[in-house]
Design a protein around this ligand. Structure first.
Ligand SMILES: C[S@@+](CC[C@H](N)C(=O)[O-])C[C@H]1O[C@@H](n2cnc3c(N)ncnc32)[C@H](O)[C@@H]1O
Length: 311
């Protein structure tokens, strides 16, 4: 990077000196990112500085007035340059917080989003009165949903599926990291097929599907379009096709009273609700909104007894 007043420039031309202190390095990095229009410049500069120095937040504040040193400054500069290319912060530092847990992430998986925590909370609420539940997380990616449920419910067993074998590698590493590998089984395959092949009858199927229509993909922010796996973001056919396939297939997999809980894109919720109603195989869906008021999570149960739908 070439921050306004400090540091070495790319291409080898050296400016007088790196900023003297860690605090000054943070200011230089923040100003540089702001000038480039990188969102959340202040927190991004802080996270990258902590990563370059290998310090916790508290340690960084304690060290604020200390000398930054040329090696640490060079590492920080390289990280700022990487962020300026559009590479998401979570991939640069290799980590993202979700449900209070740290998940390893890289370009093999979608970066877990805060709104997906609403889905996990809905899952936990739906399973409150089910002892020892079997839960399926379809399209597990980093394992964020599967592992958060396994951590929150030590009596649960989880089946985590994905079409992408490289995503399952990341999810396995996260399950080991959080000490739940023995209760989370990973299955590769298309949507519900691995569950059918395993003869599984989960009490609940959760899914945060890819839900961007191919025609909208070009308009995505470059952080998503150029860095996150396309298979995790773009749904073949029209936007809700994965929702539709799950609504059609889940009743054959779920036991009576079993749940299907899915996330929807902003604005997609009403169409997902309509798909549930049209299927005729579920009780009336529940909807959970996000902080902006979008219908974000739609959940519905197959009736507890055949032919008995609750509206
Ligand atoms: C939106 S990402 C969700 C990842 C993770 N569950 C989360 O919420 O952070 C969708 C995931 O579904 C997977 N996927 C896409 N199409 C699939 C399919 N037909 N069958 C199974 N998994 C699929 C992708 O590889 C990706 O990991």
């Amino acid at each position: 990077m070439s921050p306004p007043t400090h540091g070495r420039r790319r291409g080898g031309r050296a400016s007088p000196a790196p900023p003297a202190t860690i605090g000054e390095a943070w200011i230089a990095g923040r100003e540089h990112l702001e000038a480039l229009g990188v969102p959340e410049a202040a927190i991004t500069a802080e996270v990258l500085l902590r990563h370059a120095l290998n310090l916790t937040r508290t340690q960084l504040y304690v060290a604020w007035g200390r000398s930054v040193g040329p090696d640490a400054w060079a590492r920080y500069e390289a990280l700022l340059d990487e962020r300026a290319t559009g590479r998401p912060l979570a991939y640069i530092v290799g980590r993202r917080e979700f449900m209070g847990l740290g998940f390893l992430v890289d370009e093999r998986v979608l970066i877990p989003r805060p709104e997906t925590e609403i889905l996990v909370e809905t899952v936990l609420e739906a399973l409150r009165d089910t002892p020892g539940p079997l839960v399926a997380d379809v399209g597990t990616g980093s394992g964020a949903i599967a592992i958060s449920v396994a951590v929150a419910r030590p009596d649960a067993r989880v089946l985590a599926t994905d079409l992408a074998p490289e995503a399952l590698e990341v999810a396995r590493a996260n399950a080991a990291r959080h000490g739940v590998a023995e209760r989370v089984r990973f299955l590769e395959g298309d949507l519900l097929e691995p569950l059918v092949a395993a003869g599984a009858r989960p009490d609940l199927i959760a899914c945060n599907p890819p839900y961007v229509a191919p025609e909208d993909a070009a308009g995505l922010p470059r952080e998503i379009r150029d860095f996150e796996p396309r298979i995790a973001v773009v749904a073949p056919g029209f936007g809700e096709s994965v929702h539709a396939r799950l609504i059609a297939g889940a009743p054959a997999v779920l036991p009576p009273g079993g749940w299907l809980v899915m996330e929807a894109a902003a604005g997609q919720g009403p169409r997902v609700i309509e798909l549930f109603h049209r299927s005729g195989a579920f009780d009336a869906p529940l909807v959970r909104r996000d902080g902006l008021g979008w219908d974000r999570v739609v959940a519905a149960r197959v009736p507890t007894a055949p032919g008995r739908r609750r509206e």
